[in-house]
Design a protein around this ligand. Structure first.
Ligand code: S3P
Length: 170
């Protein structure tokens, strides 16, 4: 069995769904942002401020290149699927789920978040534009698109688990 990657915009539910899925499938769960924060000994806003976004993007690719060969669930950061190399690695080493949430749902969840530098430095209109611009990359990255709007966490987790079990042997 390969890795299960969750991709999608900030606030689409990658971490919450990843944690639940981990119980459901009895597979270890990792949050890429947390792993990078742990490795660097700095918060995401600190990394952005001190070294810039481009450096953070390099750390993301390095993480994907070097992460142990283990069957697990990985919640990626919202910008990970923008990079071609990242998309290639994820598709080669696992099953990729694009969690497709509506912008309104997303905005409600992220608007006051101080730990997301892109949210802090953008207006609602700019975030909406970014959401629209990024969508094709998430689609490109994902083997399976999961519409989350109007669905409970439980329904989403059960759906993903069903797909993982169905595609296990392939
Ligand atoms: C980012 C999303 C964040 C984090 C960083 C940049 C992005 O992860 O990696 O703040 O560019 O969309 P989440 O999607 O977990 O918020």
């Amino acid at each position: 069995m390969r890795k299960v990657y969750l991709v999608g915009f900030m606030g689409c539910g990658k971490s919450a769904i990843g944690r639940r899925l981990s119980y459901f499938l009895k597979m270890p769960y990792y949050d890429m942002d947390h792993e990078i924060v742990r490795q660097q000994g700095m918060t995401i806003p600190e990394i952005f401020e001190k070294y810039g976004e481009a450096h953070f993007r390099k750390l993301e690719t390095e993480f994907l290149q070097n992460f142990r060969n283990e069957t697990c669930i990985i919640a990626t950061g919202g910008g990970v699927a923008m990079n071609r190399e990242n998309r290639k690695i994820m598709r080669r080493t696992g099953l990729v789920f694009f969690l497709d949430a509506t912008f309104e749902d997303i905005y409600m969840r992220i608007k006051n978040d101080k730990n997301r530098p892109i949210v802090k430095s953008s207006t609602k209109e700019e975030l909406h534009q970014l959401y629209a611009d990024r969508k094709k990359f998430y689609r490109d990255a994902g083997h399976i698109q999961v519409l989350t709007g109007g669905r409970s966490l439980r329904m989403i987790v059960e759906y993903i688990a069903f797909q993982v079990n169905r595609l296990k042997g392939e």
